[in-house]
Design a protein around this ligand. Sequence first.
Ligand code: BMA
Length: 333
Amino acid sequence: MPIHNAHHEILFHRYDGNPILTAAHWPYPANSVFNPGAIRLADGTTLLLCRVEDRRGHSHFCAARSADGVNNWQIDPQPTMAPDPRLHPEELWGIEDPRITYAAELGKYVVVYTAFSWGGPGVALAMTEDFRHFERCGVVMSPEDKDAALLPRQINGRWVMIHRPSTPMGAHVWVSYSPDLRHWGDHKLVLRARRGGWWDANKIGLSPPLIETESGWLMIYHGVRTTASGSLYRIGLALFDLNDPEVCLRRGDTWVFGPEADYEREGDVDNVVFPCGFTVADDGDTLNVYYGAADTFICLATASIRKLLDWLDQQGRSDAEIMPLAEQSPPAL
Ligand code: BMA
C-alpha cells in the first residue's frame, strides 16, 4: 500500500540503483559512508569526497571517482584525507561533511568541512589541486559552527562563505567575507530557522554549496524537525541575489525532499537525507545531488534546475513576507 501522498510536485528523483555506495564497497574497514562532497573534474570525471566513519566513531574523507557519476566507482585504497590531530588539534574527533568548490581564480579546489574538536564542531578549510595533497588552513569559523561552503568566485573583491553557527537562539544560516580565505568577518545572518511547528523550525543549515543560476544563487538547505522519536532531516529551497548573497529573494514554505525510501528511513541515524554535494550534467540543467541517507549510505537524486527555480517562483515567498511570521512571539500568558 503506498503511504506517501503524491499531491505535490516531485522535484527530486531518486536513482533506482540507490544506494550507490555503501561501506560494503570500501577497500578497507569502515562502519558507514555518507554525506559526500562532489565535484566534476576538468576531464568530466565525478569525484565524491566521501565521509567515512570508522568503528571508533571518527570520520575521515575518501575519494571515489566515476566517469558517469553513477557507476564503476574507483575508491582510493586508503583514506584520502585523514584527521591530523597532532598538527591540527581541531581534528581530534575526526573530519566530517566536506563541501567542495572549484575556485577558478586560485586554480584550486577548496574543501570546507567540519573539524570535530575538543571545543565542538567548527568549520575548517583546505585547498587541493589533485585530491591527493591538501593544504590545510585550519579553523576558519570557531565552534559551534558547521554546514559551510565557499562561493566559487569573489564578490566585490571578497571571498564569500555560507555557514551555520549555533547559538542559544537557534541555528541559522550566516554569510561571512574574507580577503584571503583565512580572515573572516562582516558576518550577517541570511536565513533564519522558522519557529513552532514548521518543518524547518529552530535548526537549518546549508546542504551542498550554493548553485549559481541566471536567477540567483540557489540554496538547497536542510531543516531539522525534532519529534518524539528523533530528528527528521529534510530539504528545502531558497534563492539569493547573485550580486548580494545577503538578500534572500525567495524561500519555499514546504520541504521538497525528505526521508521516504527504506535506506533513508533506517540506518545508524534514522530519517535523514543530507546532501553535501552536487554536479551539473552536460545539459546545464540536470542537477545530480549526492546525499547521505540515514548516516549510513551514499545516494543520488536528480532534479531540473529550471523546475526548482520555477517552483520557487510560484511557491516561494520573499524573505520580507516570511520573516514577520517567524518573528512572532508566543502569546503572552
Ligand atoms: C548533522 C550533521 C550531519 C548528520 C546529521 C544527522 O548535525 O552532523 O553530519 O548527517 O546531523 O545525524
